[in-house]
Unconditional design. Sequence first.
Length: 314
Amino acid sequence: MTTNKVMRAVIARGYGDADVLELIEAAIPEPGPGQVLIRVEAATVNPVDVATRSGALAAAGLMAPRAITGIGWDVAGVVERLGPGTRGFAVGERVIGLRDLLDAAAGAYADYIALDATAVASAPAGVPAVAAATLPLNGLTALQSLDLLGLAPGGTLLVTGAAGAVGGFAVELAVRRGLRVAAYAGAADEPFVRGLGAEWFIDRATPDLAERVRGLVPGGVDAALDTSGGGIRAMAAVRTRGAFVTVMGGDPPIPLRGITVHRQWISADGPALAGLAAARLTLRVAGTLPLERAAEAHDRLGARGLRGRLVLTP
């Protein structure tokens, strides 16, 4: 157990490009009732971190503007201390967790983080922390989106951005639920998404997504999960009175043709995360960088083209 009282943390001082990120010294958080203090071994860099840092989330009214904003949602590490009344975890246990509170002065880009125990789960057995850290945000987003759709085994599903972090988990989880999946991604990613179990593949260079999908699935798929901004083009591939879920920002498509339209906002869920940890999903790490190079990680993510997530290591 640490005897230090000070840790390093990356914060955004104001909003803007990656140069607003700053490595500072801060007090190690004290776990409150029902909380777990985690010594961070790995923290994933996600698009939501870029949107937080840039001020896009504040401008959209999703968080109050702050002079200093904590960055980072995903964490893998070791339980350092338990808050009063916290049960279900032990000091020294390897865990993963999710910080889903946007408006906070501290995030997962740090040496330590205190999370509600309800947002934490035991880490996947035998999986390095760097890989395990890529699971919480993207895995839970995929899982909760599929739950919203509520498709029965044998149902058909279009996943856009199927080679991305959320999309890849969505394909894999959907196939395990007995769904027939049409994957929409770049041509180079076809072997990967087929390996996840996708039955059909649609190249994102296809001029008319809906026409192509309806050629494969007459009448259209039962539902679509949009992880890449397909919007109305993806919804046009859904059958009448089907379902559509987007994880993207902006206004969702108008629910034409009796289609049920949802927007999925992630929420921490320790028990669901434990199930994902036990599911042995395909985890992808695009690279690792030390905590002090968080700005470089943001620039690399913004340049696009990554497969898997960049991960920061304290």
